[in-house]
Design a binder for this molecule. Sequence first.
Ligand SMILES: [Zn+2]
Length: 274
Amino acid sequence: MKTTVTLTIISLVILCCCTNNNSNEEANQLKIEEQPEPAQINKDKHWTYGGETGPEHWAELEAGSSCDGTHQSPINIVSVDAISDATLTPINVQYSNRVKIHEVTNNGHSIQYNFEKGDYIILNNQQYDLSQIHFHEPSEHTINGVRYPLEMHLVHISSDNKIAVLSIMAEEGENSKPFHFLEQYLPINVGETKPVDTYFDLNENLPEQKDYYTYSGSLTTPPCTQDVTWVVYKSPISVSLDQVKQLQELMPLNNYRNEQPINDRIVKQYSSVY
Ligand SMILES: [Zn+2]
């Protein structure tokens, strides 16, 4: 009897961990209905950023994912290879100065803030609603081989489930007011979600200089869904070392995926001055 009870408890703990990790995977949070339930992809192992379940094993671990696709992210952006495209315009960002953050969660892969609907960007005449922001430390994208201390991903999704991510690099420097605001809800344990339900001016987190690189890539976490429009701002924002450390302590060490081959893709760039 005792053994049965113990086994039941162990099973529940395992099931509970699986549910926590799986239910928080990036695509699931985006509520992309076409994506298979992560529990169906793999019942036993969960992806991580190292070892036997690290990025090199995501494709085999997550059967049916696109992690072995040819248009994956992140990439190293080489500025001299980026095509200047005169048809590109500044990103039409429609964030209110009172964006409402619904909650903050630690999904075991990153710290993520989920937003209520209402703030959006317009890309190629299509509206993409802001869904969530999260962090990678150090950065996933590199620019001319330079890896920044922190990269913030602002994930947007259109009504027909297309994904666009704005990427903002952060370098160590002055204390950032918006980061101070975001970090007042930390620390947060793995698997924990806290309500925020407070207004926030996300515009303050955008770099002043709005030049950017853009290319077609993927989610950088399983299921590595492709056809994601990436917009990587050329200029970083400043955050203090303490602010980087606060996030670093709560996220897996080096929660970044390595550079993926660019293959036949072209990176375009928007510059305000040619
Ligand atoms: Zn990300």
